[in-house]
Design a protein around this ligand. Structure first.
Ligand SMILES: NC(=O)c1ccc[n+]([C@@H]2O[C@H](COP(=O)([O-])OP(=O)(O)OC[C@H]3O[C@@H](n4cnc5c(N)ncnc54)[C@H](OP(=O)(O)O)[C@@H]3O)[C@@H](O)[C@H]2O)c1
Length: 243
């Protein structure tokens, strides 16, 4: 019972993390475009995954979440690690006037996350769940408050779920990366303390291999200092912060 389930399997961060965890283990890649998984599946096989299965997964179809997890359990003989790597940054400017887009960001980045986390906490007897919060949720910024608000909500949910899992054999690792240079941020100027998907994957994989119990990880670690300073910046200055 040592399967890996990667939800949002074309994710840069999710792919890097799964590559580090997969040697000797069966993997299920779940994505809304399962036909685009050939490369990542081949990479995982050559990294040592014993089997690689693919599943169709549309995060906004909340009624499918339990079925996807059950299918992944059947395919692998049991899932011990689940990575929730799906998410969108969305278009803040568009979301300010297009309520459908604002709701789409909220559905993928909050509602579909807490729905899946609830299914996973209910159906995984042991192992670890990895969820991705963000510095964007730490203090909402005028420049990306729609995405930021979903991460704030998700982070709060994760803190509570981690406490609920305390003392059980299942742990929740909540990653709080800063700016990650990759597909999601393509075309944007990297923020201070930017990291790569490799660095995020390294930090989470190290925690999985050496840590115990649920935890929250700032990535990079020194971002935590900046985060505390962020809370002290007066609002008239804060509202001019870039994304
Ligand atoms: N990149 C950053 O700067 C950053 C910083 C902090 C936190 N994070 C968080 O880290 C996580 C992973 O980010 P990443 O950088 O790896 O992003 P990414 O490379 O853009 O990958 C996002 C993944 O989400 C999938 N996805 C989007 N909407 C979906 C839906 N409705 N149903 C199913 N899958 C869907 C995408 O599928 P398609 O390929 O089909 O679009 C893609 O596989 C996200 O939660 C993100 O918010 C990222």
């Amino acid at each position: 019972m040592n399967g890996i389930l990667l939800l949002g399997a074309t994710s840069d961060i999710g792919g890097e993390l799964t590559r580090r965890l997969c040697p000797g283990r069966p993997v299920v890649l779940a994505a809304r475009r399962p036909d685009s998984l050939t490369d990542i599946a081949a990479q995982l096989r050559s990294a040592g995954a014993t089997q690689v299965h693919t599943l169709a997964f549309e995060a906004t179809d909340l009624t499918s979440h339990r079925e996807v997890v059950t299918r992944a359990q059947e395919l692998t003989g049991g899932v011990a690690t689940t990575i929730l790597a799906y998410g969108i940054l969305g278009d803040q400017q568009r979301a300010e006037t297009d309520e459908t887009h604002a709701a789409e960001i909220a559905t993928i980045d909050y509602t579909a996350q807490i729905s899946m986390l609830t299914v996973l906490a209910d159906s995984m007897p042991h192992g670890e769940i990895i969820a991705f919060s963000s510095i964007a949720g730490w203090r909402a910024r005028r420049a990306n408050y729609v995405y930021g608000s979903t991460k704030a909500g998700l982070d709060a949910f994760c803190q509570g779920l981690a406490d609920r899992l305390h003392g059980s054999r299942l742990r929740l690792i909540t990653a709080r990366p800063g700016f990650v240079i990759g597909s999601m941020t393509q075309g944007m100027t990297p923020a201070p303390m930017s990291v790569t998907p490799d660095q995020v994957a390294d930090a989470v994989a190290t925690e999985i291999h050496t840590g115990k119990g649920s935890t929250t990880l700032w990535i990079p670690r020194r971002l935590q200092l900046l985060a505390w300073v962020m809370k002290l910046v007066p609002r008239p200055i804060w509202r001019h912060m870039p994304r």
